[in-house]
Design a protein around this ligand. Structure first.
Ligand code: DQA
Length: 139
């Protein structure tokens, strides 16, 4: 099974960025643990701060991969383009957010991704990515 985690803007700063909201762990450290935990899966990771690059990656892998785990970060709340890309591809997309966006500012309550997603996981910290992987294993 081939899965990719796609992270959007500022998620490259995990570990340094607002640790009270996003925790102390870098995504690279977490990702190596995740790969060790799910050895049977071909798991990749891509991060970009650029909206078009995220769309390109969804298009590139969205017809061949078994699943996309997408945290579009701030673009979740602004990007019609990423929302459309999620709807355009065949590969199912699970939307993940580290924080509970509904307990935060109102502008974080709307997602352009959710209507096209297979499911949404939020508020469980980095564990959300584990849960997203499990959702693909439990077909
Ligand atoms: C986030 C929530 C977004 O509102 C925010 O802009 C992020 C991260 C999360 O994982 O909790 O950058 O997607």
């Amino acid at each position: 099974m081939k899965l990719i985690i796609i992270n959007g803007p500022n998620l490259n700063l995990l570990g340094k960025r607002e640790p009270e909201v996003y925790g102390n762990q870098t995504f690279e450290t977490y990702f190596s643990l995740l790969k060790a935990k799910f050895k049977e899966i071909e798991l990749e990771y891509y991060q970009s701060n650029i909206e078009g690059e995220l769309i390109d990656k969804i298009q590139e892998l969205g017809f061949t991969y078994d699943g996309i785990i997408l945290n579009a970060a701030a673009y979740t709340h602004t990007s019609v383009g990423i929302g459309d890309a999620v709807k355009a591809v065949i590969t199912p997309v699970v939307e993940v957010h580290i924080s509970n966006t509904f307990s935060r500012e109102e502008f974080r309550h709307y997602s352009y991704i959710s209507s096209g997603a297979k499911g949404v996981i939020l508020g469980f910290g980095l564990l959300g990515y584990d849960l997203a992987i499990l959702s693909f294993l439990e077909k």
